[in-house]
Design a protein. Sequence first.
Length: 536
Amino acid sequence: MYDYVIVGAGSAGCVLANRLSEDPDVSVLLLEAGGPDTNDLVHLPAAFSALYRTAQDWDHSTIYEPYANDRRIYLPRGKVLGGSSSINAMVYIRGNSLDYDEWGPGWTWDEMLPYFKLSEDNERGEDHYHGAGGPLAVSEGRSRNPLAQAFIDSAIGRGLPANEDFNGAEQDGIGWYQVTHRNGARASAAVAYLHPVMDRPNLTVETHVHALSLLFEDGRAVGVVGMRLSEMLVHRAEREVIVCGGTYNSPQLLMLSGLGRPEELEELQIEVVAELPEVGLNLHDHPNSGAVYAIDEEISLFGALNEENLALFEAEGRGPLTSNVAEAGGFIRTRDGLEAPDIQFHFAPARFQSEGLVPGDGHGFALGACALQPKSRGFVALGSPDPTAKPLIVHNYLEHPDDVASMIAGVRTSLEICESGPLGELSTGMLIGPESHSDEDILAHVRARVQTLYHPVGTCRMGDDPGAVVDRQLRVQGVEGLRVVDASVMPTVPRGNTNGPVIALAERAADLIRGRTPLASQQAELPAASSPAPAG
Ligand SMILES: Cc1cc2nc3c(=O)[nH]c(=O)nc-3n(C[C@H](O)[C@H](O)[C@H](O)COP(=O)(O)OP(=O)(O)OC[C@H]3O[C@@H](n4cnc5c(N)ncnc54)[C@H](O)[C@@H]3O)c2cc1C
């Protein structure tokens, strides 16, 4: 019997395991379906896509995408301590202040900024926007490839503004990304939050335990049924069960446990515990597409995984293997009248192609554009009552005309950047991309090549309305003793990468669970300090 049982040691689960076990009188059990993060590739930044379709990856995919030529799109998700933060591209972005204001009371920018700062250990030090001394290392990339510099120069040459801090006063502009690294190595949520506290006597971490269903007694969640190999395990929770399985797996676990649409559950002979009409709905993500170019100069990351660079990485935490691949990028507005950017760029000094599943076979670079405020919505559903079967996922990428318009304009700008200035001079020709810059050709290319930018959210949506899966305290509606804390509760995806936002969300959730006054309210009690306007 534990006070809290947490399902999933990903970005959110690691934060909660740390913060809840700060109280020595509270016992915490963290269950993770994957194994420990002992694979060296987890910690070697440039190798992140080498983890795709390995034991560290759930290897999900969409069943088909009706607006993307009926393709199955690959959806990697971390299955290891640290979850997706152990296999991600490590770009540290918070999004736009408007994103949080749209989430509403409790989660507005002013309420979230203190949690971003609490989590952060920014190499640049502390200021109005940034924290220092928190668990999550945020650093400058140590490998600044000349191709990424050429991208920045070409973009600025085309009139886009430079931006040295996308998480500061302005989000718009082009520049280097800060990354979640410490000493050149990946700072996953496990590295940041879990490993430093693994020896706490009140924290138990169990790996290779797949949670199959939640246990209810009289409408209250009292435990988790799990499986390790063929052994069935029951772990009971005195206070709460907290589901942190991520956007695809959390709704799956809820539905397997009888929380969902009764007619669908009954069809699969799953006993209904509570009617929750929107579990698994509202799935959305940043669709991403772009182009890949060849170069003659041997300066890209092709061939970087060699003994010399490995030795440099191991001895000094330096060299090309510290590259997070998506080294640079930026944010633009593709049309007048937008309140905030609608496109984000990720530049890779490598031939990042075929959803990252096929290594580039020569020197080159890739530039992707993703739509930041997608209006297309998909779903996660059960195809089977077998808890080890994969859920059915449809994203409906590019269903909404506004997403299509942003993508066409964003990809066109990315082509213009790649084909002009210093980057254009380095390029010896396009390898993958649209046949021309016309709307029709760009759209045909985008539908044929669109991939995930790995930021799915929304399937256990937070809100005040009866359809919301969790309330503003992230408590699952209709039952007691159960919360969901992960990317799935985000009602809308922030305009940017989602690891930092999930970690800040979990920091705030930890205070809610512990019944502590949220940081913004604590600070409001202090005398007001003069400060610049929030990011946006
Ligand atoms: C390839 C890739 C690249 C990305 N790049 C970036 C980036 O550069 N910057 C950025 O900010 N974000 C990036 N992201 C997104 C970011 O990493 C995620 O949004 C974030 O990690 C999600 O956190 P989470 O806690 O919701 O889920 P996860 O971190 O995925 O955690 C879920 C955990 O639950 C476990 N679990 C699931 N089901 C069960 C079960 N039934 N029983 C037991 N355990 C279970 C999983 O194994 C996993 O450990 C990327 C993601 C991927 C996959």
